[in-house]
Design a protein around this ligand. Structure first.
Ligand code: MSK
Length: 660
């Protein structure tokens, strides 16, 4: 008889969720999920080590002579079978991350532009142009005549022009006209002004094919060009068209955290990225017939909440509550209170389906690009959006009526004030009649505000959820650095109570004074991850306003994604770097330190008139890198010695207004 091999079950590691997240609601739900036998990304991350070779991007699987593995500890000891060096391999891998991240944003933007075309042509009537002023402003910014013309004609021209953001086979994308001249000059000199995103992404995929571009410097050029086609192209189109169709955000107080769920109501969560699904969900949950149906099922009403960037899109436009960021999406299902989780695209874990099965939550996919095995697919069509969203509400009511899972909702709700679009920042600082970035620039020049930092991006189970975001931002504001935020990061800060005007007490004296004068928080939530384009516009406005140098690279600003996890983040990082911003990433950086490619990204790009990359894991180390860079820029601008601090009286204010 053959030896019977005993299968020894692999011992799972003991997990203390307090070591993995600072979010109390998430901890409570992870503990419940564990008792109920539901596994989450946290459990998988603890039990699965990151692949050490992949982590450093030291492997190549672009052809089938390999895959080839190089040694990150001795990176120049060997080459791939074709002879590819570590620098070529890492640059090719990096370029494909940029291409994938850029494709996600630009496809999102193209979806918004398709919708805009159909609205303008009258083929879609469920959505309308909500912000005609913004439409005219965007049109003017790219040279479209608006004076005395019908809005509809301007809109048609705007569509035609913006389509080339994707399709232009040569020339420069339309929003290149918004780039400060000196920055644009650098791009032209480096040959990185983007053509249409389709062309740039196609070229990067070609160049990174086996046997094509094998020079890390040349590959990096195409990374920059593709990333810029996202930041100043696809993402910017997504932001601007969403504002035109659904409204430009202005500050609004919102509730965040899992306590926004209601035990006695039908709860629907929308998670993903595109605002159109959510906009129609809002219509459906306010439909009197559906509300009546919910009441007949025993519910007090229908409660809609957002998560991730879908949530970030609507919290700033409608004040819809937000239940949590990316790493809380499985945990929230363990409340048993989520009747439907409806998703569209990006950052949707496949593990959600298993979690939903465990608590009999209905998991609905809606986008033709994103089906998930085991989920119910109800396709969303912009021409008939309510068919999908009404159906989702009916499914949620039915699940409410038949709830079997016990409901346990963490009673934690926090308040944040979000919705600081770049237009609003201008208005908030400059006043109704003289909207301007002048007061911001002046306060930077006089030293009250040391500089501006963008702290953005995801959360990642490889680091303690929210912890790095919160500690980093605390350190920055304490040092008089004004913080702007997008994506999941701002939810971490809202949960920590730092996005209200009252949080100004945690800021350094200069920033505090400015915040208290204006009545603004020291941490400004400005939108979802495609809305990083708002930060690019804010940087351009600061340059245009004068006094802080001639290009974005001169500004005392820095960026950071301290807990990033997605390829979109890599693309965002590269477009900020190429635009001139020093950009620090946390968690891990997918290349080997000490290589030529590393030196190129972390030093040489800066010497070429762009920004450069930085890396640190601990929040205080990241803050130091960012503040040092801001101080370096202040010194170069000759504004490093803060002016003598004087309290402004009425005469000073009038002088300031007169100069604006
Ligand atoms: S959702 S890309 S986890 S910010 Fe935009 Fe959050 Fe990062 Fe996704």
């Amino acid at each position: 008889m053959a030896d019977e091999k005993k299968i020894i079950p692999k011992k799972e590691k003991e997990i203390n969720y307090r070591d993995l997240t600072t979010c109390d609601a998430t901890i409570q739900m992870l503990e419940r999920a564990k008792k109920d036998g539901m596994e989450t990304a946290w459990d998988r991350a603890v039990n699965m080590k990151a692949c050490p070779i992949g982590k450093d991007s030291a492997c190549c699987k672009h052809c089938f002579m390999g895959p080839c593995r190089l040694n990150a500890k001795d990176p120049y000891a060997k080459v791939g079978i074709c002879g590819a060096t570590i620098d070529t391999i890492m640059a090719r891998n990096f370029s494909r991350m940029v291409a994938a991240g850029g494709a996600a944003h630009t496809d999102h933007g193209m979806g918004m532009l398709d919708l805009f075309r159909e609205v303008v042509n009258g083929n879609i009537t469920d959505y309308k142009i909500k912000d005609p002023v913004k439409l005219e402003e965007v049109a003017k910014s790219i040279g479209i005549e608006t004076e005395g013309r019908k809005l509809e004609d301007v809109a048609k021209d705007l569509y035609q022009e913006l389509e080339s953001t994707y399709t232009a086979v040569e020339g420069e994308i339309p929003f290149a006209k918004r780039v400060p001249p000196k920055t644009l000059e650098t791009w032209r000199k480096q040959g990185i002004v983007p053509r249409g995103a389709m062309r740039e992404i196609m070229e990067i995929m070609h160049r990174s094919h086996m046997g094509v571009d094998q020079d890390y410097v040349n590959i990096t050029k195409q990374c920059s060009r593709t990333a810029l086609a996202d930041g100043w192209g696809g993402s910017m189109v997504a932001t601007e068209i969403s504002d035109i169709l659904f409204g430009t955000p202005s500050p609004i107080a919102i509730e965040v955290n899992m306590g926004v769920l209601k035990e006695d109501q039908v709860n629907i969560i929308v998670h993903g990225h595109e605002p159109n699904l959510f906009e129609s969900m809002i219509e459906s949950v306010n439909d009197s017939t559906l509300i009546e149906e919910a009441k007949k099922a025993g519910a007090k009403g229908i409660n809609l909440a957002g998560m991730c960037c879908s949530g970030a899109e609507v919290l700033v436009r409608h004040g819809i509550p937000h239940a949590g960021n990316f790493m809380s999406t499985e945990a929230v299902i363990a409340t048993g209170a989520v009747d439907v989780m409806a998703v569209d695209v990006q950052c949707i874990k496949q593990g959600l389906v298993k979690a939903a099965e465990c608590y009999k939550t209905v998991m609905v996919t809606t986008n033709p690009r994103c089906h998930i095995e085991g989920a119910t697919h109800v396709e969303f069509h912009e021409h008939t959006p309510r068919e999908c969203t009404d159906n989702i509400v009916i499914k949620a009511i039915s699940r409410f009526k038949n709830r079997t899972a016990a409901v346990e909702i963490p009673q934690i709700r926090n308040i944040g004030v979000h919705g600081f679009s770049h237009e609003y920042i201008k208005y908030m600082l400059g006043g109704t009649f003289r909207a301007s970035y002048r007061p911001l620039n002046d306060n930077i020049i006089n030293g009250r505000i040391r500089g501006v930092a963008g702290v953005v991006g995801c959360v990642n189970p490889r680091v303690k959820q929210d912890y790095v975001h919160v500690e980093l931002v605390k350190e920055l504001i304490k040092n008089d650095v004004l913080v702007v935020q997008t994506g999941c990061s701002q939810i971490a800060l809202a949960k920590a109570g730092l996005t209200t005007p009252e949080a100004a007490v945690m800021a350094g004296p200069g920033l505090r004074e400015v915040c208290e004068t204006v009545g603004m928080p020291p941490v400004l939530g400005i939108g979802s991850c495609v809305d990083n384009s708002r930060i690019l516009i804010a940087c351009s406005e600061m340059v245009r306003e004068g006094g802080l140098g001639e290009s974005i690279a001169d500004l005392p600003v820095a960026g950071c994604a301290p807990e990033y996890m997605s390829e979109k983040a890599i693309c965002i990082g590269q477009y900020f770097v190429a635009s001139g911003v020093f950009t620090v990433f946390g968690v891990t950086f997918p290349i080997v330190e000490g290589t030529k490619f590393h030196k190129h990204l972390f030093e040489e790009l800066g010497q070429m008139g762009m920004g450069k990359w930085g890396f640190a894991v601990e929040p205080h180390d990241i803050a130091k890198l960012m503040i040092d860079h801001i101080d370096e820029r202040r010194k170069a601008l000759g504004i490093d010695k803060a002016r003598e601090r004087v309290l402004m009286d009425m005469a000073d204010r009038q002088k300031l207004e007169a100069s604006a």
